[in-house]
Structure formats: C-alpha cells, structure tokens
Design a protein around this ligand. Structure first.
Ligand code: ADP
Length: 313
C-alpha cells in the first residue's frame, strides 16, 4: 500500500465549559487529504486545492506535524501530501487540526501503525503550535480519536475518550469573518476568580456526567462558560442574539466553537438541530451578516479512509 486518501473531520474545541481541554469531532464537515510514500526523504506538499496555504512544509501545519512524525520514526524515506481544503482557515472549527492530524494518521497507516493514537496527537500538536503559537490538543485529540475527548493533563499528555450520546447533533454557523486563534488568545485574561472557577468546574463535571449517562437535560444545563465566552463573544458579530435564538429553538446549549467566530449549538436529534439552524440563520439575515452553516452528527471514529490504492509512484 503506497497511497491513502482520508477524510479529516472538522472539530469543535472548548465546548463551552472545557476551555483547552474538551473537544468533539464532526461527521459531515472536513477536509480530504491524499498521502503517498515517496522515495525522496522528508515531506513534500505537492498540491493544495480550495485555499491559498503555503506549500513549504515548514510553514504548513501538515508539513510540521509530518516532520515531527518522521523525526520520531525509523522510516528513512519520505511522503507526498495533497490537501483538499474544505474547512476555512481561521473559522474556529479546527482547520489546522484537520490538516495536521490527517497527515500523521495517513503516514502512520501507510507504515502499518507504528505509533499509538496518543503519539499521533503529540506530532499533530506541533502543527497546532505553528498555527496558533500554542501546542493545544483540544482539536487534534477528537480529530484522531473521534467523539468527545478530554485532555485531562498536558504534562504528561493524558487524553480520555468520552462516550457520545447517539442523538446528539451539532449545528455550526460561521459568520464570514476571520479570527486568528493567536489573536483571540491575546484578549483572554490569564487569571480567573475562584468564584468563576467553581462555576466552570461544576459545569465541566456536569457535562462529562451528562455525556456518560446520556442525560440531555444535564448536558444542556452544563453547557455554560463563565470565563472565556463573555470576553471572546465581543469579537463575534451578533453572538448574543444568535445564541438566544438557538436556545429558544430548542438547542441544549450554544457557545463559541474553538476561538470563533463560528458559533455551535448542540441539540437532541436532527429535527431540533434543523430548527436551531433556521433560527441562527434568521438572526444573521436580520443583522445582515453572511455566513456558512453546517449540520452534523458527532463523528464517533475521527479520521477515516475514503479510498486507497496500491499505485506505486
Ligand atoms: P482554525 O481554528 O480553524 O484551525 P487557526 O487560526 O487556528 O484556525 O489556524 C489557521 C492558521 O494556520 C492560519 O494562519 C493558516 O494560514 C495556518 N495554516 C498553516 N497550514 C494550514 C493548513 N494546512 N490548514 C489550515 N491552516 C493552516
């Protein structure tokens, strides 16, 4: 096997109360990538379709993650990568994570899986460092493991897979402005009050318990963020109205996807998620903001193979 084509899912990081630790993978939104073995050492990004991103592997997250993989590997040849970009960079649904995880997952697959998924997370985190200045794992972990993931600890890296209730559906609306993760991190305070901490870890514990027990009401009550959302939402046009209309339409909860500007809502079942989508769209029509909309179940498996061939270069 010399080549593989993979689907690299978009992801929602933070999920309201889990800043930098919680994330989930989407099923119907993502990039595609073709990775093939090459007799030339190193990583070559041969083609990028759909977006203007650097081909230089040291400036593209796929290349940086791939180089981290190669450095740890005893494979002494290289790989070629083609990226078919469907997730806009800076959208807040893990555009960079899709590329860095897709690269390392496909390379590992072509070498018959010498590395564990946790090791792949670490290589992909090198890509996240290039994109945002911080090697966070809350997008790359769900992209690689699927479902909901919790980064319990960064040192040492400890990632927990959280079960996903079957009926859970995500609606994501992306107002057409770009917010760089690095910029939206700059607005955050580095200290929080004990009072806010208590609310936040109460909600995070509640959300995890709700996911384990499929208690949708508890999931809804816990989807609150008292620390980051009040600050970051100022950067997102119409955030408060979109959120209140989503909840009114039946969403369990609604918040900022990753560092924004995308806004996500979680609902019980596709029908409610569609009502929520309509309500969110109506709000943006009213205030004249153009947007892109995604509706998706939660992806239980993460990256998946689209097709593979034995084509030898
Ligand atoms: P997102 O949260 O959607 O991943 P970020 O702002 O974190 O958005 O990351 C996008 C940044 O990473 C942009 O500056 C972009 O130029 C850079 N980048 C480098 N390579 C890639 C890639 N393959 N896919 C997406 N973004 C990339």
């Amino acid at each position: 096997m010399e080549e593989v084509k993979v689907f690299c899912p978009a992801t929602i990081a933070n999920v309201s109360c889990g800043f930098d630790v919680l994330g989930l993978a989407l099923d119907d939104v993502g990039d595609e990538m073709i990775v093939r073995k090459s007799s030339t050492k190193g990583i070559r990004i041969t083609k990028i379709r759909g977006q203007d991103l650097p081909l230089d592997p040291t400036k593209n997250v796929a290349g940086v993650a791939g180089l981290a993989f190669l450095e740890a590997s005893d494979y002494n040849q290289g790989f070629e990568i083609e990226i078919i970009k469907k997730i806009k960079a800076g959208s807040g649904i893990g555009s960079s994570a899709a590329s860095s995880t897709g690269a390392v997952w496909a390379m590992n697959h072509l070498l018959k899986n010498p590395f564990s998924t946790l090791e792949l997370v670490q290589f992909a985190m090198a890509g996240e460092r290039l994109a945002s200045g911080v090697a966070h794992a809350d997008n790359v972990a769900p992209a690689l493991f699927g479902g909901f993931t919790l980064v319990r600890s960064y040192t040492p890296l400890d990632i927990i897979q959280i079960p996903t209730p079957e009926a859970l559906y995500a609606t994501v609306i992306h107002p057409q402005i770009e917010i760089k993760t690095s910029d939206s991190r700059k607005v955050l305070k580095t200290k929080i009050s004990l009072e806010d901490g208590i609310k936040q870890w109460g909600n995070l514990g509640g959300l995890i318990a709700g996911l384990y027990t499929q208690d949708y009401d508890l999931i809804g009550r816990s989807l609150e963020d008292h620390i980051v959302e009040p600050i970051r939402s100022i950067l997102i046009p119409g955030f408060d109205i979109v959120k209140s209309k989503a909840i009114e339409a039946g969403a369990l909860g609604c918040g900022i996807s990753g560092s924004g500007p995308s806004i996500f809502a979680l609902s019980k079942g596709k029908k409610i998620a569609e009502h929520v989508a309509e309500a969110m769209q109506r709000s943006y029509h009213k205030i004249g903001v153009s947007y892109e909309l995604h509706l998706s179940p939660i992806n239980p498996q993460g990256i998946k193979i689209i097709n593979e061939s034995d084509a030898i270069l």
